[in-house]
Design a protein around this ligand. Structure first.
Ligand code: GAL
Length: 637
């Protein structure tokens, strides 16, 4: 596994670079990530470029055998750009314009900002596209970061214009837009393209909001593509072009569309960052690893994590096991000035390394090299697929509730599989699922008919499908189906009432007589098909008597359907038979914070103990915050 660090030569005295590079090299780091915020150092005034300092830095790295990933600095536009072209600033829905003073102040749809971004990327590409130390590029930095407000999308004049163009490609006329979204209500109809505006209010029409979220996600991908093309045309083929995504999944961003234009993907895996408000949640982090690995089906980068995590071997083992071929720490050295000076690093202000922290990194590196010396590429297909659809985030985006019900359901559905060994890829419900034995479809409230048909085909052809409701209530315009669940009628008899009901405190009884209580969430009132085997019923609340879960044979496959994902115990009781029906191994244990991964290539099993107490799993005692790898032969095969 490659180990590397972020470093900021532009804020470090040049006289200290050599010692820093020697020390980090000696500590075993081989990659340095630089430049992603250095726009004002590269171009202090419009058109005046200064690259000599970076030339010297790269040569110093090269002399020490270090590889460099170079960032394009567009996440931090300099003051001159903002002062001279204030129209490039993001305009939030409430009319507030961002301004000088933070990162990400400029709109990716602004033509002027796009041109300046492409220009600086091209200049860097011309200058360093052949530099032997540069192995790759990172475009921008965290296009969507946790720092941006929830309704983060810009509404500036360029956005309005591009949104209209985007809609014109999708709909033949403004009348078609009115019909698709249902705009006659409240007299929101458009009579001309020139009236079409972004959705400003929280209670904007759902179809309108959905399309704006999609448009904005496409705009981000387009912005990446422009820089990608500028670089790709200039840099050697051996240099990859990437972007550091975040696992911010609650904005309706399609990270996968970013990947389609890039040569490598990766994300900034800070402990707990992926959990969208759930607190540190190792399963959510694992799911993000699965998601990024599945995008290009290749080993991925961890572009950033914190040195504060180095004591947590389970955290690093899990990223490796799920396909990370590199981990870069943020950052090597903290600085005395600036707003991120409190960050964790490997050295003190003078650049003197903390010996204990580096010892921990070394141990980590050695242990991982011993159990997972290399990763196959392409990554082997996992036997199971977890279906995730950003449209379902978009459909809930304007809810006040955080965490979002959809994301909560996704993580709850994933949890038992994460705990008990089932390797999963992340896929979109519209993907070809051929080759998977098991598919898990949590909370696809918005589901179009083509996706529903594909799911049905998957089961008829012999797959095992586990659906957690709410499912198939809305079409892609955010319009309700006449009968909820209708697109899934080949699998399900339908949802009885077009309402989801809250589950907090509602009791469930399984066919084996076990009683469980639901947590907060939503449940459907469903009717099970006649040939279904009812696995659980609601025992109390407005759902009393109706099925909570059933299973049935469909074609050559099996369907498991749960009306809710709000009962963790029920989820587990469905996940196990679904796994076993799919012919996959289920590793039983009783530890909430322990994840197990059976490697899809049959090499062995990983146990990750993310808890604070030792855990005995598969006959092995795993200390807290630690891991074990059992090679298949050692596991008695
Ligand atoms: C990341 C970001 C870095 C730095 C870091 C601090 O999200 O990409 O630039 O701000 O957080 O932890």
């Amino acid at each position: 596994m490659i180990f590397g660090v972020s470093y900021y030569p532009e804020i470090t005295p040049e006289t200290e670079w050599a010692a820093d590079l020697d020390r980090l090299r000696e500590a075993g780091f081989t990659v340095v990530r630089v430049g992603e915020f250095a726009w004002s150092a590269f171009e202090p005034r419009e058109g005046e470029y200064h690259f000599e300092w970076m030339d010297r830095f790269l040569d110093a790295a090269q002399a020490r055998g270090l590889s460099v990933v170079l960032g394009t600095p567009t996440a931090s536009p300099p003051a001159w750009l903002i002062a001279q072209y204030p129209q490039i600033l993001v305009q939030l829905p409430d009319g507030v314009r961002l301004g000088y003073g933070e990162r990400r102040a400029c709109c990716v749809n602004s033509e002027i900002y796009r041109q300046f971004s492409v220009e600086i990327a091209a200049r860097l590409g011309d200058r360093y596209g052949r530099h032997p130390a540069v192995i790759g590029w990172q475009i921008d930095n965290e296009l969507i970061g946790p720092e941006r407000p929830r309704l983060f999308e810009c509404h500036c004049a360029d956005c309005v214009w591009r949104f209209r163009q985007w809609l014109k490609r999708k709909y033949p006329s403004p009348q078609a837009v009115n019909d698709a979204w249902g705009l006659r209500f409240w007299s929101l109809e458009f009579s001309d393209w020139g009236e079409v505006a972004p959705p400003l209010r929280y209670r904007a029409c759902p179809g309108h909001a959905l399309d704006y979220h999609r448009f904005y996600s496409d705009s981000l991908a387009e912005y990446l593509r422009l820089q990608y093309e500028a670089l790709r045309a200039r840099v050697e083929a051996r240099q990859f072009v990437s972007h550091n995504s975040t696992a911010v999944f609650d904005r309706g961003i399609d990270h996968r569309s970013f990947a389609r234009t890039l040569n490598a993907v990766g994300w900034d895996a800070y402990p707990g960052a992926a959990s969208a408000g759930h607190g540190p949640n190792p399963a959510a982090t694992a799911l993000a690893h699965d998601w990024f690995r599945s995008m290009l089906r290749r080993p991925f980068w961890i572009w950033e994590t914190t040195p504060a995590a180095v004591h947590d071997a389970a955290f690093f083992a899990e990223m490796r096991a799920r396909g990370a071929h590199a981990v870069l720490f943020w950052l090597w050295r903290t600085h005395r000035a600036n707003m991120e000076r409190g960050s964790r690093s490997f050295c003190d202000f003078d650049g003197k390394p903390y010996a204990a922290r580096l010892r921990q990194v070394r141990q980590l590196r050695e242990r991982l090299a011993a159990v997972a010396p290399s990763l196959p590429s392409p990554s082997p297909r996992a036997p199971a697929a977890l279906l995730f659809d950003p449209d379902n985030v978009r459909a809930e985006h304007r809810l006040e509730r955080r965490p979002m019900p959809y994301l909560e359901g996704v993580i709850r559905a994933y949890l038992p599989f994460w705990r008990h060994g089932v390797a999963t890829d992340a896929a979109h419900p519209g993907d070809d699922l051929t080759g998977y034995r098991l598919a898990i479809a949590p909370g696809l409230r918005l589901m179009d008919e083509a996706d529903a048909r594909a799911l049905e085909r998957f089961v008829r052809d012999g797959g095992v499908l586990l659906i957690f409701g709410p499912a198939a209530h809305l079409d892609r315009h955010g319009v309700y189906y006449r009968r909820w669940g209708e697109p899934l009628s080949g699998l399900l008899d339908g949802v009885v009432q077009p309402e989801t009901l809250p589950t907090e405190g509602v009791e469930i009884v399984t066919s084996a007589g076990e009683n469980f209580v639901c947590r907060s969430g939503d449940a459907e009132i469903i009717r099970a098909p006649n040939d279904a085997d009812i696995l659980a019923r609601f025992r109390s609340g407005p759902h009393a008597g109706s099925p909570a879960a059933f299973t049935r044979v469909v074609g050559r496959g099996h369907l498991f359907y749960a009306a809710t994902s709000a009962c963790a115990e029920l989820n587990r009781r469905l996940a196990r038979p679904a796994t076993e029906r799919a012919g996959l191994e289920w590793v039983e244990h009783a530890f909430d914070d322990v994840g197990v991964l059976v490697e899809p290539n049959g090499r062995g099993r990983w146990i990750f103990n993310h808890g604070n107490a030792p855990a005995r799993v598969l006959g092995v005692e795993v200390p807290p915050r630690d891991f074990a790898f059992l090679a298949s032969s050692a596991a008695g095969e």
